[in-house]
Design a protein around this ligand. Structure first.
Ligand SMILES: C[S@@+](CC[C@H](N)C(=O)[O-])C[C@H]1O[C@@H](n2cnc3c(N)ncnc32)[C@H](O)[C@@H]1O
Length: 362
């Protein structure tokens, strides 16, 4: 189904008739069908919508050293009809477009970084466009980027707005290092470094749930370990530092997160496999241990569907007598979900906000 943002764009299809267009982070996999007769490039920073759009790639693997050393991290390309679909953290360097449309991301800092990246990829006289939900802060983002040029509201409907910016200044070249934060964290006497970017979970900070998990996780880690929903690689890099003999894999849906995880590993003189996937879908490897601070969304409704699916699938991704260690807000119903899947589950730590659960497979 078309997202509200795409429904608004559907009222404005004539916009796409001319120019060389790049569309960044569509919030559904169906708007591209409305543009089937136009030659358009789509850039996805989220693997779930990319995989749904191209329909053939269940997951992708990378070596963190390759990702960390490449200027643009990685870029998976798939051509479907007249469309080029790219899964990458960044706009490919050297490419320019007359029009770049960004679906407004949740975080304002992420939006500002995307605008700077897109501005630098515009050809002379090119235009930027943003579509987003009014409650998602589209007005405040328009105010935050007045330095780029004047903005004009093109249309609004379905509680969303579409604005166009005609840059008045020539863009500064986009350099990712200007946006990368490098922080040092310490847990239980062990310190390690973490690289992160706007748009990646807990950018520049150590999440309190993650801290509790790292303080209380089982020390008996050996063999293959999966850091599921790895974000900037905080958990994986800490574990690999403390237990250098483990065989680590990190997985996330976000290209920016995977890029940061690769940078984090390099900062700590480490290397690991990275997987881009939507949950455990398309992941055939089996692991001895899975450790995670999994995603959930609090809004009008709490959405923990990704974690519900992860728990159901995790038993198939574990070796016999393997473990899953999860940290979560105490109010989330994970003990019941874990008990439905695993023969043994117990709470290994708890504070007034978070619990850490350990489940063992059959
Ligand atoms: C709570 S954050 C934890 C990040 C990191 N492990 C930490 O502790 O800082 C959850 C992560 O889940 C990722 N995520 C969200 N949906 C996902 C999905 N469907 N499949 C895999 N990862 C997902 C997000 O990109 C985010 O990095």
């Amino acid at each position: 189904m078309l997202s509200a943002q795409s429904q608004l764009l559907k009222r404005n299809l004539d916009l796409f008739e001319n120019g060389k267009w790049l569309i960044i982070n569509p919030t559904d996999a169906y708007f591209s069908d409305e543009l089937i007769t136009f030659n358009i490039t789509f850039l996805y920073q989220y693997f779930d919508i990319f995989a749904e759009s191209v329909k053939v790639i269940p997951s992708c693997e990378f070596d963190s050293r390759d990702v960390s050393s490449a200027t643009n991290g990685f870029c998976i390309k798939q051509k479907v009809g007249m469309h080029h679909h790219l899964f990458s953290p960044f706009i490919p360097s050297g490419e320019t477009y007359t029009d770049i449309l960004i679906y407004l991301p949740k975080s304002k800092a992420h939006a500002v970084m995307l605008m700077a990246m897109a501005h630098a990829a515009l050809s002379e006289g090119g235009r930027l466009h943003i579509v987003g939900e009014n409650k998602g802060g589209i007005k405040s983002i328009a105010n935050a980027i007045t330095h780029i040029g004047p903005s004009q509201k093109v249309d609004s409907a379905r509680h969303c707005s579409l604005i166009t910016i005609s840059p008045s200044e020539v863009a500064q070249p986009f350099n990712i290092n200007d946006w990368l934060d490098e922080s040092t964290f310490e847990v239980a006497g062990f310190s390690w470094q973490v690289a992160s970017l706007p748009g990646v979970f807990s950018h520049g900070e150590l999440d309190e749930g993650t801290r509790l998990l790292l303080e209380k996780c089982s020390h008996r880690l050996s063999g293959s370990v999966l850091d599921f929903a790895c974000g900037a690689g905080v958990i994986g890099a800490c574990l690999l530092g403390r237990f250098p003999h483990i065989d680590l894999t990190l997985l996330d849906v976000s290209a920016l997160a995977l890029y940061c995880a690769a940078k984090t590993l390099t900062l700590n003189d480490q290397a690991a496999m990275l997987i881009a996937a939507n949950g455990l879908h398309g992941v055939s490897q089996k692991f001895k241990h899975i450790i995670t601070n999994p995603p959930f969304h609090t809004g009008v409704k709490t959405d923990y569907s990704v974690t519900r699916r992860f728990i159901a699938d995790s038993a198939h991704s574990l070796l016999p007598k393997g473990t899953v260690q999860i940290v979560a807000n105490r109010f989330l119903p994970y003990p019941g979900l874990l008990a439905e899947v695993f023969p043994s589950t117990h709470t290994v730590a708890q504070n007034n906000q978070f619990s850490v659960y350990l489940s063992v497979s059959a």
